[in-house]
Design a protein around this ligand. Structure first.
Ligand SMILES: *[C@@H]1O[C@H](CO)[C@@H](O)[C@H](O)[C@H]1NC(C)=O
Ligand SMILES: *[C@@H]1O[C@H](CO)[C@@H](O)[C@H](O)[C@H]1NC(C)=O
Ligand SMILES: *[C@@H]1O[C@H](CO)[C@@H](O)[C@H](O)[C@H]1NC(C)=O
Ligand SMILES: *[C@@H]1O[C@H](CO)[C@@H](O)[C@H](O)[C@H]1NC(C)=O
Ligand SMILES: *[C@@H]1O[C@H](CO)[C@@H](O)[C@H](O)[C@H]1NC(C)=O
Ligand SMILES: *[C@@H]1O[C@H](CO)[C@@H](O)[C@H](O)[C@H]1NC(C)=O
Ligand SMILES: *[C@@H]1O[C@H](CO)[C@@H](O)[C@H](O)[C@H]1NC(C)=O
Ligand SMILES: *[C@@H]1O[C@H](CO)[C@@H](O)[C@H](O)[C@H]1NC(C)=O
Ligand SMILES: [Cu+2]
Length: 624
């Protein structure tokens, strides 16, 4: 009896130890000189400071972030904040409206408004990060590490370090976005970064002492490009991936796609070495359509044993091919706690990934031929105000790839890539088992888009490419390789409205996203919209009730719902033809050169005439 009483008390005792961390962040634009260069870039600061702070909490703690939109000037941008990888599990009293993706779980925050992100981190530990979830905004530096410390961390080390890696664009994100999603970029060429950073600097260093074990957490906070890491004459022992402990795996090359995290143990030299070492950081150049001469793909970071010794020289033998071969493959990692494979699924959802040009000449990205177009009001508002209609897919419209999941069902998502690009897919509110992950196919070959379907190897359930692992890898961001497939499984045990999207932010802007509406009936019982939520929606003129189009009188009325553009017409009009013809040439030339030559400024946005385009091309010596 007494023991039982003590046991009852136990959670309370733990609760008493939980801390609350409160932050007051006001966004603003700020021009900073990128350390190590003389480049000035406009970044997004919090309270006038950049880089943004690392957030460190303990498991079970509460976090309260007051985010005030302080953007001023011409670009009074909207904003929102998402902590990547946190589950916001409502069974612990959390609320979904703290997740952050704009138009999914909240209205975007306009200048002058404050939104409170108030949540606890239950049953999760490890390496996470926070970033803006509004357009490509986080690319301008609205990002930082979010570490959840584990009082019972299952390995020993002497010291801990956190490092971010990222790509960087010098132009403000809103300008690049506009150039990217334009008919003057009909090939959909992703913008080429200007630079790569280590911990938001042009290069970094870490100080090592002899005979120590370091826990090093790496986070790719980039918009686009995956990167390799390798440390001269030391090896990495992988112990955590995306907040999940794994059985120690020793490797000398890591590969991190945008959004992914890997923590490693590194054992320093037993006795004092007579040199310092290079921690090389190498961009995955297969993701870049053009590689400008000015772009440095390799950064030499320093591991310093002794400041009196010379800096380490860059390593010379790092070709993409050798790195690719040596990098650890997450599919073959095993979780420390050996969570068994979900052997069967209740619900299989096949998502075919394609890229194609629509009638407005812009290149979009699709799941099953539907490109995500944000609804009129946040999906969460629809879920919480729809009453019994909540399980009727029609109220979510036909342009967000909405899927309704039943409570506690086992869901399998099959991703087939009918595209030549690498796509790191991220799921909000969950991590998932990676049960199949094919290699890329026909990588590097000259690719004929009309053969896309033939060159793709979609998942064939009757003859899977690899054995299903007994204890599959579990993570929250997984790569889908060029023309290959990836299959993931999870249990629908987290009622919510969860965004599923490519973490190459350019592809998200092109519409590569779906929305999983999980056990919405339970969500309706547990959650109501806070006054703060409704206030923010009021201030941007969005209804606090209704279907995807914002109607609550007739829930099936989709009038005014934003929709994807019509397909390219089979026959072009003369004017359209000339515009398309020339813009394709400009497209082949690449977004890089459009930016370089400032073409977007001289090409008028709406009325495109042959003469204006011809003049632009002639003026810039572009052959056509
Ligand atoms: C946070 O900012 C608000 C409004 O600017 C202010 O009233 C409040 O005192 C601040 N709180 C803290 C903890 O700094
Ligand atoms: C940063 O510099 C650019 C270019 O000079 C300028 O247009 C912009 O307004 C500046 N931003 C801030 C916040 O000062
Ligand atoms: C955050 O949420 C908790 C639990 O609902 C609540 O007790 C607390 O007052 C909230 N914090 C603020 C500042 O509203
Ligand atoms: C590069 O060369 C060094 C020294 O020969 C070797 O230890 C290392 O494994 C090589 N790295 C790669 C990625 O091939
Ligand atoms: C380590 O990872 C590699 C793949 O990168 C895999 O082949 C190997 O089995 C793993 N070893 C352990 C002990 O997990
Ligand atoms: C999508 O479009 C492709 C190419 O036009 C076509 O082959 C395929 O059947 C379509 N898929 C669906 C699910 O409609
Ligand atoms: C899938 O695999 C089975 C068994 O090997 C085979 O019979 C079938 O033709 C395959 N399906 C496709 C679409 O390739
Ligand atoms: C949410 O919490 C419930 C109750 O503890 C648990 O069964 C479920 O696994 C949790 N979901 C996630 C995604 O952690
Ligand atoms: Cu992608």
């Amino acid at each position: 009896m007494f023991i039982q009483f003590l046991l009852l008390l136990l959670p309370l005792v733990q609760w008493c130890h939980a801390e609350t961390h409160t932050f007051n962040f006001t966004t603003s634009y700020k021009n900073v000189t990128i350390p190590g260069t003389n480049r000035v870039k406009q970044v997004i600061a919090f309270n006038d400071e950049w880089p943004l702070p690392e957030i460190h909490i303990n498991k079970g703690d509460r976090v309260q972030i007051y985010l005030t939109n302080g953007f001023e000037g011409i670009h009074r941008a909207l904003t929102s904040l998402h902590v990547h990888g946190i589950f916001h599990n409502t069974s612990y009293g959390n609320r979904l409206q703290m997740d952050g993706p704009s138009m999914i779980t909240q209205c975007p925050i306009p200048p002058g408004q404050t939104y409170l992100y108030n949540f606890t981190v239950d049953n999760q530990v490890g390496t996470y990060w926070y970033h803006a979830h509004q357009g490509a905004q986080y690319g301008d530096g609205f990002r930082g590490a979010f570490i959840v410390h584990d009082p019972e961390i299952p390995f020993e080390f002497d010291e801990e370090m956190v490092f971010t890696i990222t790509d960087l664009y010098y132009e403000p994100y809103y300008d690049i976005e506009k150039q990217f999603l334009s008919r003057y970029n009909p090939m959909g060429n992703e913008p080429i970064p200007n630079q790569f950073l280590f911990n938001e600097k042009s290069w970094g260093e870490m100080k090592f002492e002899v005979d120590k074990t370091y826990l090093i957490r790496f986070i790719n906070v980039g918009l686009f490009v995956s990167q390799y890491l390798t440390l001269e004459d030391h090896s990495f022992e992988i112990v955590e991936v995306d907040g999940v402990y794994v059985k120690s795996n020793v490797t000398d090359v890591l590969y991190l796609a945008a959004g992914q995290r890997i923590s490693v143990l590194v054992h320093s030299k037993k006795s004092k070495p007579n040199k310092n070492y290079a921690l090389m950081q190498i961009a995955d150049d297969t993701m870049l359509d053009t590689i400008p001469e000015t772009l440095n793909l390799q950064i030499t970071n320093q591991v310093i044993y002794d400041y009196d010794l010379d800096d380490a020289e860059p390593l010379k033998n790092l070709t993409q091919e050798t790195l690719d071969k040596r990098a650890s493959n997450d599919f073959y990692l095993t979780t420390l706690h050996e969570t068994p494979l979900y052997e069967k699924y209740d619900n299989q959802i096949v998502l075919d990934v394609r890229m194609d040009t629509l009638g407005d000449g812009v290149k979009y990205a699709f799941f099953n031929n539907i490109t995500y177009v944000p609804p009129r009001i946040p999906v969460l508002t629809t879920v919480l105000t729809a009453g019994k209609l909540v399980t009727n897919p029609a109220i979510y419209g036909d342009n967000i790839n909405a899927f309704i999941l039943e409570k506690d069902s086992i869901v399998e998502i099959v991703l087939n890539n009918y595209d030549t690009g690498r796509h790191p897919f991220h799921f909000h509110g969950h991590n998932f088992q990676v049960v199949q992950k094919s290699p890329g196919f026909h990588v590097g070959e000259n690719f004929d888009p009309s053969l896309q379907d033939k060159m793709t190897v979609p998942y064939n359930e009757s003859s899977p490419l690899m054995e299903y692992p007994d204890f599959p890898m579990i993570r929250d961001t997984v790569i889908l390789e060029p023309n290959g497939h990836t299959v993931i499984r999870f249990k629908a045990n987290n009622p919510g409205v969860w965004f599923f999207h490519c973490h190459v932010d350019w592809h998200l802007q092109q519409g590569l996203a779906a929305v999983f509406i999980e056990d919405p009936q339970t969500l309706q019982q547990r959650e109501t919209l806070t006054d703060n939520y409704k206030e923010v929606c009021d201030s941007v003129g969005m209804a606090n009730k209704g279907n995807a189009a914002g109607h609550s009188n007739d829930w099936l009325n989709m009038e005014g719902l934003p929709r994807q553009p019509k397909p390219l017409a089979p026959g072009f009009t003369l004017k359209g033809y000339i515009a398309f013809f020339i813009s394709t040439i400009v497209g082949l030339w690449g977004l890089y050169s459009i930016t370089q030559y400032g073409l977007t400024e001289v090409i008028p946005d709406d009325e495109v005439t042959y003469d204006t385009l011809k003049k632009v091309l002639d003026d810039n010596n572009i052959q056509y």
